[in-house]
Write a protein of this length. Sequence first.
Length: 397
Amino acid sequence: MTEIPAAPAHSEHARAALAAFRAQTGVDATHLVFAPGRVNLIGEHTDYNGGFVLPMAIEPGIYLAARPRADRVVRIWSTQFPEAPAEFAIDVALEPGEPSWSNYVRGVIAGLQAADARVPGFDAVVHATLPGGGGLSSSAALEVAAATLGELLAGVTLDPERKALLCQHAEHAFAHTPCGIMDQFAVVFGKRGHLLLIDCQSRERTLVPMRGDDVALLVVNTMVRHALSDGGYKSRRDDCHEAARLLGVRELRDATPEVVQAAQTLLPERLFRRARHVTTENRRTLAAVDALRSGDWLKLGALMHASHASLRDDYDVSCAELDAVVDAAGDLGPERGVYGCRMTGGGFGGCCVVLVRATQVAEVKEALRTRYHAATGIEPVVFATQPADGPAVLLQP
């Protein structure tokens, strides 16, 4: 099998991706790329309102092993979905198709073609170490991996911001999810040891160091899957745009909690709650940056808990399983190693992120697993992660 000069952190999964490619095609891959998932520490459902978000790239992600073809056909297999490969021609105008997960790749190739990048036909295998529908941006990771592969095969290098926006557009046009810029920007611009404060109105990015080594982050996958293209996400985006119109601002970033509170009688009750979440979440996100910079973990944890309450009560995107994780974390509290916990991602299932004292990670992992299983009957997946780097090329000729 092809030898790979991959870093130790990638070796096991990189080899699995290459082995899967050979099993499907009978030949070795010539290219291997990786794009990370992301977890959002705080700042949820603010990105499409021009607000502030504070995500980071994480160590699990998407590996894409590939080999160019002589024709203009793309075939893609997924180790998560072992049905027949997605197969489509790229010498015609690309459109969404089946299987649905392939649309993230179709959309990226269409975007590259629109940018005058001539991507050849290729065979590829997707090997994910991220759960689909878990709120960890598996879709953005696949998009960025596909864009990175497309750059290599076409012999072009995109400006990173243009690359992230191309991937966002692919999700809009081919997966029909009107996402903001957070996921793709977090994946493209991730840097080890740092979170990424993004001003989603100006697109300004600020790296915020994860101070010291006395805390760690746990991700708790509730194993409840969500789909952001099913209408719940779009309806909330529409609510926010209507609330902004009624408030007389371009987008909710331009309002404040005080402005929203003063307009309570003007706004329908649901729109008032949506606007209250977005404006208070922006304020919490900036306060969280200050807490990170000063190492005030109690303050940061309190902001995370307040964020979850707002997402649950004002934005209506939590669920019983996410609440069970947050309740369990709150019961443990700082005395047992938990500073804060909140749902992360679009909601309706998926994952929680937990800020934990580094010396008590193992104890907290087991306590959360046990308590969540007792409350729901579901066995969660719990893993620790640190801020990680963005996409990487692991193999090329």
